[in-house]
Design a protein around this ligand. Sequence first.
Ligand code: GLC
Length: 732
Amino acid sequence: MKIADIQKLMNEMSLEEKVGQMVQIPANMLTDGGLITGPTDSIEMNEETVSLVGSILGKTGAADLRKIQNDFMEKHPHHIPLLLMHDVINGLETIFPIPLAQGCTFSPELVEAASRASAKEAAAAGVHVTFSPMLDLVRDARWGRVMESTGEDPWLNGELGRAMVRGYQGDNDLLKEGNIAGCVKHFAGYGAPEGGRDYDNVELSERTFREDYLPAYQAAVEEGCVMVMTSFNSLNRIPSSGNQWLMRKILREEMGFDGVLISDYSAVDEMINHGIAEDSRAAAKLAILAGVDIDMVSNAYVKYLAELVRQGEVEERLIDEAVFRILKLKNDLGLFENPYKDGSVEKEAALFCCEEHRSLARKFAAASFVLIKNDEILPLQKEATETIAFIGPFVDNKELYGSWSFPQKPDNTVTIMAGAKQKKAEMLYAPGCYIQDRGKCNRYGQKQEYDDAEEARILAEAIDLAKKADKLVLCLGEPRDYTGEGGSKASIKLPENQFQLLKTLQQINPNIVTVLFSGRPLEVQEITELSKAVLMVWMPGTEGGNAVADILFGDAVPEGRLSMSLPRSVGQLPIYYNKFRTGRPNGPGNAVGFINGYIDEYTTPLYPFGYGLTYTDFTYSEVTLSKKEMTKDDRILASVQVTNAGGCTATETVQLYMQDVKGSVIRPIRSLKGAKKITLAPEETGEVTFEITEEMLRFYDINMNFVSEPGLFNVFIGHDSDTQNMAEFLLV
Ligand code: GLC
């Protein structure tokens, strides 16, 4: 359809029909008429208003979606197709590692490839839009949705967010087969709620917001992401869905976003709960004035928007702008000519969990694992001479797909048990304990049923194996639904019953490799003290068992690097590497004597951002700079020689950090500005060079101008954010 035809269509639409395009409901309201229940109690809609909606969410499947689309368009007065949206966060049928783990690969290439595969599967399943990438910066592991982020660094989140948009949208030609629309979320600052409590208030200075939290969303918009989703939180006391500064000034005017802005689920009506709207009608007015185009599942637009226009409180112009953007997106996807786009049962059968996608998922998962300790126990031997016992509630667990994967297909999963058996026919197994600790609930309020006799039996079984085996692989971790939306926790420890299993078995057999599953950074100090090796595998997805076995038995070499600092204790949160100096500089240890820090804890994390071991050692030369002074229109090349000093080929993630030594405002002790991977054979040396430009040195100065300031800069290039391998230059 030509753009002019969109305007022509709009001219033929009634106000109610236009408002209908701005309403999104769950798919089940079209299929079984199910009333929506959720944060806003229910949505009072009738046959007519349901028949006018512009989009639905939460259903996949080519056959079902084709029928829904077909029946809907037949009834619609202008036969306008629905936008079909879904949360394809880390895969649809083939599940890839959770985004937090994807961040640990530091690999835009792998992230783009996985997003591409996810898009092809989603498109085949009839999906037009995914509610991804999620680019909320997170510095607090208590927040349940940390699993859905790529971590604590603005630059890395931006690079991986760009890769996801490229994966979903291809070259931004949404007509092309396999391309789906991306939707960057949650705009904005959702990852910084007070206390790590989901949905809580977010207080950020404008400087911190612009410098740390905004860049990743901006990167996705620059990459062409065609939708943005508002966040549940209030930002400096104004809920995002009614925040005109955030949506009209920052997003539309400054970032130049001209796509579709959708609210999060019931977020418009939730402004009543926030206390800035006395009722749904007032919430509708706040949202449309802020420029929200689509109201996801709330009463506001469907019940009051037309009335607000008719009563002169809202200009119809605002409705027309929103509806034009929505119809343009449908047109960009080609839905007026082909309302089913790529939905095809045959394509689903060909693509779902196909060998190519499984192989990518296996490689991606292995690259996302972070080896944080290895006292020469890994890799394990495949030879029968060594008896290995796999113990723990994650050994035979199929739910390795994280908390944002729908529909869940556990039977697609390769378990740790299955993966290990591929490597070693003879292996012993015992679950050892239940997965959830006694009496504790997950984010749904579900508790583990405990049978004391069974608990004692499986523990005794594990103890027996610990006595027999040469080595133990303990597969422990947080249950899948201890993280995700609504999964904030005050404790970030391993479930107590699992920790007790580790302690008990360690006293019998100290040759322990702990494989740790989680959706967040955990307190791992005691776990590392009780293990000879610890491998953080997060939630590895469909091919998790094969990937873990590949790493444990040396068929793949660890290369993951922490995308978030691992704290010593929850009391240190929020903790992040790019922190600021203070007037009372602290040392690495406890702080006594009136300096910054704690009297009862270190200030440093247990393991820093960017850290990770492998099966070899890499050494670095000093940093060499192409010059010692740089003018603003100049550039400097910074290089290191990296040598593989160990016995196996491995991949190193070389990281570039910069420090502005003095500014008109205080500056972070360092910021990640680049990362490059290099694969080296034993004894091989390679050069890695980064280009330093003036743009990389800019920040919001004392007057909130985004500029660089002349002066001394330190350049760090090394293995992680703790590297002291440094050179300096002057910006003149
Ligand atoms: C949820 C989430 C959002 C998701 C949306 C649709 O509440 O906050 O990330 O995309 O609703 O499921």
